[in-house]
Design a protein around this ligand. Structure first.
Ligand code: TRP
Length: 359
């Protein structure tokens, strides 16, 4: 591998990907991919998906190629990005075993993302050990590839912090500099860190049923946009409205461009002007939603069309994934052998071990 900086990210294959995934990470991945300056790995995190779906593996099987389709549909390209499946990488079983000795239980319990997810899933006493420790596994995902950059939404910041702690503990304890401290690459637009759902809930999420999927049909998109939550205090068109915390405006913020205004709503130069009118009163929700629908349709159509194209050749998808997985095994195995050397458990190949204990 040339000396390019390494990027790694992943997604749990528990459903097709949605706009939250797009603005939170996929968009950045495509941009970074196209700079040509990085070596990028994109991982389908099926092991992590199993941590709360052990009894439901079908769900994961059903979504492996769905996620691959979404990747290619948004413009990730197998010639430029390496795709692989987590469960097939031996390093990702081995490294967590070493790392888990460097992390305390109380540190895991303090991870805010885990805390929140435990609450959302009502685990209480039935919390799987594998779920509790997935931040350690995620640190392995990142470090096995020596990734420096990890494009994610801000909900993943605690995972990266934990990964950095593991890296620094490892390098310190085993007196080496093998592992690389990763950094998050967040979306440029703050609204995109955690895109609200169409219902105004703080997060777009499959389980809340408030998603617009990258593969949604024209009809579904329209129906979802037209029934979006807005400002509950904006009852009559003439009422002053709030644009803050108003999903329609949050989405416009995330997706609209000045060209969209010129094309679909020339009475405003840009979003700022439109917002001002809404806040002043006199601009109805319906009109705002129509604009958003136009913009979303334009944005999602090419993605959907590309997806349909790839859908005709599933064996190609599988081939891409298989080839990428082979490459990922090779790269991560190198890290494993360095790590075994650093810990000193490389008994059969280590001359100093043989000199000291055998000869
Ligand atoms: N936890 C991430 C999510 O839920 C998925 C993931 C697994 C990941 N391993 C990763 C993301 C490594 C970045 C890097 O979306």
């Amino acid at each position: 591998m040339e000396n390019k900086k390494i990027i790694l990210t992943g997604d749990r294959p528990t459903g097709a990907l949605h706009l939250g995934h797009y603005v939170g990470s996929l968009k950045k991945r495509v941009q970074l991919q196209n700079t040509g300056e990085y070596k990028q790995f994109v991982m389908i995190a099926d092991l992590q998906a199993l941590t709360d779906n052990a009894e439901n593996p079908e769900k994961i099987r059903n979504n492996i190629l769905e996620v691959m389709l979404d990747y290619l549909a948004v413009g990730l390209e197998p010639e430029k990005t390496t795709f692989f499946v987590q469960s097939h990488i031996p390093a990702l079983y081995e490294l967590p075993m070493y790392y888990s000795n460097l992390v305390t239980m109380s540190r895991l319990e303090r991870n805010p993302t885990i805390k929140n997810e435990i609450k959302m899933r009502n685990f209480e006493r039935n919390l799987p050990v594998g779920f509790m420790t997935y931040p350690i596994s995620q640190a392995a995902d990142i470090t096995a590839f020596k990734a420096k950059y990890v494009p994610v939404g801000e909900d993943q910041l605690p995972m990266l912090e934990q990964a950095r702690e593991i890296v620094s503990a490892f390098n310190r304890i085993y007196k080496c500099d093998i592992l690389v401290e990763p950094e998050a690459v967040l979306p440029d637009n703050e609204n995109c860190n955690r895109l609200v759902g169409t219902d105004g809930n703080t997060k777009m999420s499959k389980s809340l049923g408030n998603c617009i999927y990258l593969k949604d049909s024209e009809k579904d998109i329209k129906q979802k946009v037209m029934s979006m939550f807005t400002d509950p205090l904006h009852i009559n068109v003439s009422d002053p409205g709030h644009t803050e915390n108003n999903p329609v405006f949050i989405y416009l913020d995330a997706f609209s461009t000045e060209e969209d205004f010129a094309r679909f709503m020339p009475e405003y130069k840009d979003l700022a002007e439109m917002k001002e009118h809404y806040e002043r009163g006199g601009l109805g929700d319906m009109k705002c939603k129509k604009l958003l629908n136009n913009i979303m349709q334009e944005f999602l159509r090419p993605i959907r069309e590309r997806r349909e194209q790839y859908e005709k050749d599933k064996s190609y998808l599988l081939e891409v994934l298989k080839k990428g997985t082979e490459e990922a095994i090779e790269v991560s195995n190198k890290t494993v052998s360095e790590i075994r050397n650093a810990i000193g458990i490389n008994y059969f190949t280590d001359d100093s071990f043989i000199d000291k204990f055998v000869k």
